[in-house]
Design a protein around this ligand. Structure first.
Ligand code: NAD
Length: 496
């Protein structure tokens, strides 16, 4: 019998009030049930919010350096448990072990960064325009933050949200994606073992349309941080707008790599293989478009197809695997649908476009790396997020065209340019309309200490990661102290 896992609410591991559970299955072998997780209801969220408010009252009073020390211990425990958590993550999410180890490492980096921020959390002291008066700002915690996360980075993305939120003195309610509840469970275990006061974190498993929605709509949760699809993010945005909530959205992408005719093609080849087919194309920053200069197009596409067709598909737990399965049945159906759409639109399928024939893989959501050539700007496969191992190749004649094609989509997360021309590189850095641009590196590979996020319909102006996310999780308060002993009027008593 698979184990029944629990929510963590009000300092205890508890069964959901609904009494209902859902199965968590291995995407590389759907016969393997990893565990059953709570299919919670709105009442579980209500209990979690009440507990988080108590947690907030205490935690917000703890000095920030002390809060940072807890996060340092979290980092240490993640170091100790890195391999165990990575294995659990690969089992439920599918990506290869090297990548799930990287996912945990990102959590470790985020924890240690948060630790040091506990001794910074800078406010400012600036001159007042009046005599004998000080003017300064400092940061205050906000309250209870609802964190809603996607399946593709089961540990890293929750930590991007949770650690800065906690460091700033907030309490959190964590709703992980239904496909990766075990990693979430392990993360909360680590937080508790590190000494986080129990009411400060609540874990509520369940469906987005029930638990996620109840979190977004709860009047006592004042901050929502969401990463997931643009469609879900839009509906969350509408609710948060109506309820005056602070909201950070990180959503879809349609990222492009540009290969110019002076590029180091061997380097670009390694980059596109990793960017397009790493994580089975299920990264928000995955390379899903390849924009190639006509002078090198045919040669480069040939090199690409030769290599991509040989990538080893398999269960992520096998060290030799290069491409794991997709996350679930719907994800594979979506990929199959889009490959069909691409062909109907006139794209040429050069490799892939099918499930693997290997019998060993028939019980997993595998799909072969697929390259569609002859894609023209404006086709659906060029515009819409597929979130799988499908690369659309577009031929261009100049950098100007390449930049235009890159920019002419509704998303704006990541982009990349391969060239040896420093002028072209700087021009692209300036003109590519994305939150992140890589030069001579693929579209993936964000580092935890830099701001992360996208423009246009990828985001709503906030950033995760680095120093900027601390602005999102704290409220700036300004204090003026007038020690002149008399009324001084700003903008009126202006004599030098
Ligand atoms: P998703 O939108 O289906 O789900 C994300 C989370 O939202 C899950 O926890 C889900 O349960 C919850 N949810 C679903 N409906 C909800 C609702 N009505 N109210 C509240 N919560 C709800 O996304 P996914 O399939 O898990 O992830 C893939 C998507 O995430 C892709 O579009 C990808 O580009 C995006 N993503 C973006 C970033 C980024 O930083 N920009 C990072 C990773 C993934």
């Amino acid at each position: 019998m698979p184990e029944n896992f629990k929510n963590f609410i009000a300092g205890e591991w508890v069964a959901p009030t609904t009494g209902a559970y859902f199965e968590n299955r291995n995407p590389a072998d759907w016969n393997e049930v990893i565990g059953c997780f709570p299919r919670s209801g709105p009442d579980d969220v209500t209990r979690a919010v009440a507990a988080a408010q108590r947690g907030f009252a205490r935690w917000s009073q703890a000095p920030a350096p002390i809060r940072g020390d807890v996060l340092h211990r979290v980092g240490d425990l993640l170091v100790q448990r890195k391999d165990e958590i990575a294995r659990a993550m690969t089992r439920e999410m599918g990506k290869v072990l090297a990548e799930t180890r990287g996912d945990v490492q990102e959590g470790i980096d985020t924890a240690y960064y948060a630790h040091t921020e506990g001794r910074r959390l800078f406010g400012r002291t600036v001159p007042s325009e009046l005599r004998n008066k000080w003017a300064m700002s400092y940061r205050r915690p906000i309250g209870v933050a609802g964190l809603i996360t996607p399946f593709n980075f089961p540990l890293a993305i929750p930590t991007w949200k949770m650690f800065p939120a906690l460091l700033c003195g907030n309490a959190v309610i964590f709703k992980p994606a239904e496909d990766v509840p075990l990693t979430a469970h392990l993360l909360v275990e680590v937080l508790l073992e590190a000494g986080l006061p129990p009411d400060v974190v609540q874990l509520v498993h369940g469906e987005g349309s029930v638990v996620g929605r109840a979190i977004v709509e709860h009047p006592d949760i004042s901050v929502i941080s969401f990463t997931g699809s643009t469609e879900t993010g839009s509906s969350i945005g509408a609710t948060c707008g109506r309820m005056h909530k602070r909201l950070s959205l990180e959503m879809g992408g349609k990222n492009a790599m540009i290969v110019m005719d002076d590029a180091d093609l061997d380097l670009a080849l390694e980059g596109v293989l990793w960017g397009a087919f790493g994580t089975t194309g299920q990264r928000c920053t995955a390379t899903s478009r390849l924009i190639v200069h006509a002078n090198v197009h045919d040669r480069f596409v040939q090199l690409l197809c030769d290599r991509a067709d040989k990538l080893r598909l398999g269960p992520g737990l096998e060290e030799t695997t290069e491409v794991g399965p997709l996350i679930n049945e719907d994800a594979r159906k979506k990929v199959e649908y889009y490959v069909g759409v691409g062909e109907e639109e006139g794209a040429r399928r050069l490799i892939g476009g099918a499930r693997p024939s290997d019998k060993r893989l028939e019980r997993g959501w595998f799909y072969r790396p697929t390259v569609l050539a002859g894609v023209r700007p404006g086709m659906r496969v060029e515009q819409e997020e597929i979130f799988g191992p499908v690369l659309a190749v577009i031929k261009v004649d100049s950098l100007t065209d390449a930049i235009r094609v890159n920019n002419d989509v509704r998303y704006g997360l990541s982009s990349s340019l391969y060239t040896r021309d420093v002028n072209a590189a700087f021009r692209a850095m300036t003109e590519l309309d994305n939150g992140i641009t890589y030069v001579n590196a693929p579209t993936i590979g964000a580092e935890a200490h830099l701001p992360f996020g996208g423009v246009k319909q990828t985001g709503n102006g906030h950033r995760e990661g680095g120093w900027e996310v601390y602005d999102f999780y704290s409220e700036t308060k300004v204090v003026y102290v007038d020690f002149s002993g008399r009324l001084q009027r700003a903008q009126i008593d202006t004599e030098a």
